[in-house]
Design a protein around this ligand. Structure first.
Ligand code: NCD
Ligand code: ZN
Length: 363
């Protein structure tokens, strides 16, 4: 069955805004953290998305099936009363992950996927994998049972320029891995380069990529616009404009291998505005408004539903959500910050007038 977005174009009354109604979307890459941060940020993701993959880079990381079951329950308990948000868990791979444990968690329906962080590549990645050869048996098993591998695709070699780290990882590690495990399903998480987009196309449909709202809207110059912008700093870092344009054309192409993964990654203001500020952008509250604006700007609104609500679910072997969400081309404003335990998290585009607003949600 093909599901196409419903467009309501009120032709006579020009003051009526454009609105679209699509299946409820999912977010395939979310950092919810834990404790009071989890309680503070979850409502914003749950207000936009029906389901999502929760990243396991807690401290300590979510490596065991039992940890994931407990964390999933804390997420369910932190949901607002009316929320039906469904979290799916990803296993944090280490040099010591066991193939049998991975399979058990997947068969029991606890793990939806496993996440490969090269050791030290990003926030809380120091327990990550030091060499992919060490997880050979895990990858073989995942290939056999059809469990997707989600990859933070950056080399950690300090000699490699930070803006080249994704491209180097893709050529040094990703392509050999895809050649070695020819049936393994892989997601290049938060793709930021034209090279990444090209590899996804070469290996589709078993290879896919998530694309964030910020990588569609900022480039590396934005990080220094008028001064240093710590709240736009994330990993992989935003690249040159030509890469942003490649991401925009991939996202809006309608191709099944590209879908939403916001990489919403909240950090307290003090941890971002610091001598050594940490990586991550809190984009959960303004993600959908940003994505739909990009599709509108690219003349691609008829393909928004595929990117937001169909492609990711199909990749993970799930049906699309039954309900719908309405998006309205009417200015809205979020808030510059949200509060967490008396401290603040700065919201991506929280100080801007957004062009689109979120309307009715039918569950
Ligand atoms: C993420 C975080 O803060 O957990 N940070 C980021 O810059 N994206 C980790 C990650 O996904 O790399
Ligand atoms: Zn992330």
């Amino acid at each position: 069955m093909s599901i196409s977005a419903i467009f309501e174009k009120p032709s006579e009354r020009t003051e009526d805004p454009l609105r679209i109604i699509i299946r409820r979307p999912d977010d395939w890459h979310i950092h919810l953290r834990d404790g009071s941060m989890l309680k503070a940020v979850l409502p914003f993701t749950a207000a936009q998305f029906a389901r999502g993959i929760i990243m396991p880079n807690l401290s300590p990381p979510v490596t065991r099936v039992e940890d994931a079951v407990a964390y999933r329950q804390r997420i369910l308990d932190a949901r607002p009363t009316e929320s039906d948000f469904q979290p799916f868990m990803a296993c944090y791979l280490t040099d010591h992950t066991s193939a049998d444990d991975i399979e058990r968690g997947f068969v029991e329906g606890v793990w939806k996927a496993a996440k490969l962080y090269p050791a030290g590549a990003t926030t809380n990645a120091h327990h990550g994998v030091t060499d992919v050869l060490l997880i050979n048996r895990v990858l073989e098993r995942m290939e056999r049972i059809g469990m997707p591998l989600l990859v933070h695709s950056e080399v950690t070699d300090p000699d490699v320029d930070i803006f080249d780290r994704e491209a180097r990882f893709l050529e040094r590690t990703m392509v050999p891995l895809l050649e070695r495990y020819q049936l393994l399903k892989v997601v290049i998480e938060h793709v930021t380069t034209a090279e990444g987009v090209a590899i996804v196309r070469d290996y589709a449909p078993r290879v896919a990529a998530t694309i964030t709202p910020h990588h569609l809207t900022i480039n590396r110059t934005s990080l220094f616009q008028g001064g240093l912008r710590p709240h736009l700093y994330c990993l992989p870092v935003a690249k040159r404009e030509e890469h942003r344009l490649a991401l925009r054309s991939a996202a809006t192409s309608g191709e099944a291998s590209f879908f939403i993964g916001t990489d919403t990654a909240p950090h307290l203001r003090g941890a971002k505005e610091a001598a050594c500020g940490c990586a991550g952008v809190f984009v959960g509250a303004t993600a959908l408004q940003t994505y739909v604006q990009v599709f509108d700007e690219e003349g691609a609104l008829p393909r928004f539903e595929a990117f937001a609500s169909l492609n990711g679910a199909a990749f993970y072997g799930l049906p699309p959500n039954a309900g719908t969400i309405e998006l309205i081309k009417r200015p809205s404003r979020f808030s510059p910050t949200i509060e967490v335990d008396g401290a603040e998290v700065v919201v991506f585009r929280g100080d801007e007038n957004l062009v689109w607003s979120i309307g009715n949600i039918e569950k």
